[in-house]
Design a protein around this ligand. Structure first.
Ligand SMILES: Nc1ncnc2c1ncn2[C@@H]1O[C@H](COP(=O)(O)OP(=O)(O)O)[C@@H](O)[C@H]1O
Ligand SMILES: [Mg+2]
Length: 301
């Protein structure tokens, strides 16, 4: 497998470079390429995790297929069907790229939580509630919630997203879209958590994005990946402490042991840390979607 740090290595000039993804604006469509970059504590590392972008993309494709009754942005992930300048890079882009319909993004990140972690736990400690939803007293970090909750957030241009209550989301989206986004989010989360649990993966929480294409509300962006979700190994979630992150724990442990101050530039990473991290991504994909590992093997190994 070829690792990819940036599509610029392939002679391409993306219109947008996120921390991980690079996007080509084709007018009505976007080509979204997931590179093998990885960030920790919001800083992008110098090294890449080979195949990470393929795992994130293949997992998104598998969930989109799982939720095939929900309208989504995907046109094709078959590199043979990409426009010519991308088609000729099919070996490099295959498995990590999606041609999608360009949507008008809803300005709200749609988060579902089944467990208490991250900013929700901090908010709970402060005020016993998250996004205006009161929670029962006495809950611990990493504890399962009585039922999954919808905790929308606004996407901050810099810094962390800001949690908002449903009424605020409804002001931003309108009542109908806010209700639709909430209902989709909770339904998709519940189905995904139910699918993943017997396979050894707890989906503690996840973030969806929705957009509008024509008159239709569609699911966009990545779906239920380790980057957009907290995946915990089943059995490792013990109320009271932060469970190990499925994918980034090895990297975080290494960075913490280095004494890095979490400001750029990041320290150089040993090949062993990168290889073990890559193995974690392959592992979670194999647990959730073993058939996809076979199907995408040429791009995964
Ligand atoms: N179909 C789509 N139409 C428009 N924007 C999209 C679509 N799918 C994903 N996006 C946007 O593309 C970007 C993906 O890039 P990413 O590297 O994940 O950036 P970010 O750091 O903002 O998460 C996100 O801003 C997401 O909202
Ligand atoms: Mg993103």
């Amino acid at each position: 497998m070829r690792a990819l740090r940036s599509t610029t290595e392939l002679g391409l000039a993306p219109d947008f470079q996120g921390k991980v993804r690079e996007i080509f604006d084709l007018g009505q469509q976007l080509l979204i390429v997931a590179t093998d970059r990885i960030s920790a504590y919001d800083v992008v590392m110098n090294e890449v995790v080979p195949g990470r972008g393929v795992v994130l993309t293949v997992m998104t494709l598998a969930w989109l297929d799982f939720f095939r009754d929900v309208p989504n942005h995907l046109l094709t992930a078959d590199p043979e069907a990409f426009p010519p300048r991308f088609r000729c890079l099919r070996d490099e882009l295959g498995g990590r790229s999606m041609l999608v319909r360009k949507a008008q993004r809803l300005p709200v990140e749609c988060v579902a939580r089944g467990y208490l972690a991250g900013s929700a736990f901090k908010s709970y400690q402060r005020e016993g509630a998250i996004c205006g939803i009161a929670l029962p007293p006495g809950l611990s970090l990493a504890q399962q919630l009585p039922e999954p909750i919808f905790t929308p957030a606004t996407k901050a241009d810099v810094g962390h997203d800001e949690n908002i209550d449903f009424a605020h989301a409804a002001r931003l989206l309108g009542d109908a879209d806010a209700a639709a986004a909430r209902d989709f989010t909770l339904r998709l989360y519940a189905a995904a958590a139910r699918y993943a649990a017997p396979r050894g993966v707890i989906v503690a929480d996840t973030k969806f994005e929705f957009g509008r294409v024509g008159g239709q509300l569609v699911l966009i962006d990545e779906v239920l990946t380790p980057d957009s979700s907290r995946f915990w190994p089943a059995g490792a979630a013990l109320p009271g402490r932060e469970p190990p992150s499925w994918d980034k724990q090895i990297l975080r442990n290494h960075l913490d042991a280095c004494g890095w101050n979490r400001q750029p530039p990041p320290p150089a990473l040993p090949a062993e840390v990168l290889a073990r991290t890559a193995a974690r991504y392959h592992e979670v994909l194999a647990l959730l979607f073993p058939a996809e590992v076979t199907r995408w093997r040429p791009f995964l190994s």
